[in-house]
Design a protein around this ligand. Structure first.
Ligand code: G1P
Length: 300
């Protein structure tokens, strides 16, 4: 009976099919590499981090991507443009599979662009995507964080479709690290599959004001009323409009849940995190993994 009720509930609300990827930042933690190359296009082995994020979206059933970029980063749009000369060269030399792969970029999923030309925070970046998203639930993926697979995002989309509310990805961190993140205040017990209700949340609290050790990771599924909340957010320190402040308004007004992530996650927004992601994923790579493992073992 309970299962039947859950199934009935799960078709009451629309499932997100659009994802917003904020990619307008200057990448200051990665200079000088990011002076000319957007950090979202830095390679993880041979694939831009942005593409891995898009692959994660597609694996979760998302078919429309809104990239929030800035006019100062033309390379982001260039990545999705046709490249007829390279494709022709590849085909003439018999490398059709690489040509096919290249031609699929930006065609296997609908890509839209929105622009954020002033750095005014994550909430502002998401607000810039309002028109492209429309009046529907949507996902937000911070491209600094790379996940091992699409399962967390897919589960978050399902929870949002079942509850009609917004959902954030969560992770436990050691207490002394909470002040670097958005931190939630949970209510009640966590379900066996890691879902918990969220009463409220706070952005980068001092240690003694943190409501828990559960931080918000860079995965969100949001209902579209968040856009009105973002417009009501007062800029905080540094003039930044925080997404967490808009989400707090949602959580205090209606259903809001978190899903605890148990999958692999890499913070690729800084050189050390990027390097560990590249090494770990290279060890697993079916093309170069074995050779790389042998080299690394000999080197160590
Ligand atoms: C942003 C969010 C924060 C979240 C974090 C996850 O912070 O504002 O709530 O916990 O991403 O990485 P930022 O990393 O931009 O300071």
């Amino acid at each position: 009976m309970r299962l039947l009720m859950l199934a009935a509930r799960s078709i009451l609300f629309m499932r997100a099919h659009t994802a917003v990827i904020p990619a307008a930042g200057m990448g200051t933690r990665f200079l000088p590499a990011t002076k000319a190359v957007p950090k979202e296009l830095l390679p993880i082995i041979d694939t831009p981090a942005l593409q891995l994020i898009i692959d994660e979206c597609m694996g979760a059933g998302i078919d429309h991507i809104v990239v929030v970029t800035s006019h100062a980063k033309p390379a982001i749009e260039a990545y999705f443009a046709d490249a007829p000369e390279v494709v022709a060269k590849l085909r003439s030399t018999g490398r059709d599979h690489v040509a096919d792969h290249l031609e699929a970029i930006g065609r296997d999923v609908r890509i839209s662009f929105a622009y954020q030309d002033v750095a005014m925070g994550l909430g502002h970046a998401v607000g810039c995507a309002r028109e492209a998203v429309g009046d529907e639930p949507f996902a937000v993926l911070l491209p600094d964080e790379i996940m091992g697979d699409s399962s967390l995002l897919a589960q978050m989309c399902d929870v949002s479709a079942a509850t009609g509310g917004s959902v954030v990805g969560l992770k436990h961190v050691p207490r002394e690290e909470v002040s670097a993140y958005g931190v939630i205040d949970p209510v009640g017990e966590m379900s066996a599959d890691g879902v918990i209700r969220v009463a409220t949340m706070v952005e980068k609290p001092p240690l003694d004001k943190a409501p828990s050790d559960l931080i918000i990771i860079g995965r969100y599924v949001l209902t579209p009323d968040v856009f009105d909340c973002i417009e009501r957010v007062v800029p905080g320190a540094g003039g930044e409009i925080q997404l967490t402040d808009a989400l707090r308004m949602q959580a205090e007004a209606g259903p809001f849940h978190g899903v605890l992530s148990t999958i692999r996650r890499y913070d690729t927004g800084n050189p050390f995190g990027w390097l560990t992601a590249v090494v770990e994923l290279a060890l697993d790579d079916e093309r170069i993994g074995e050779q790389f493992r042998e080299w690394l073992q000999a080197r160590l």
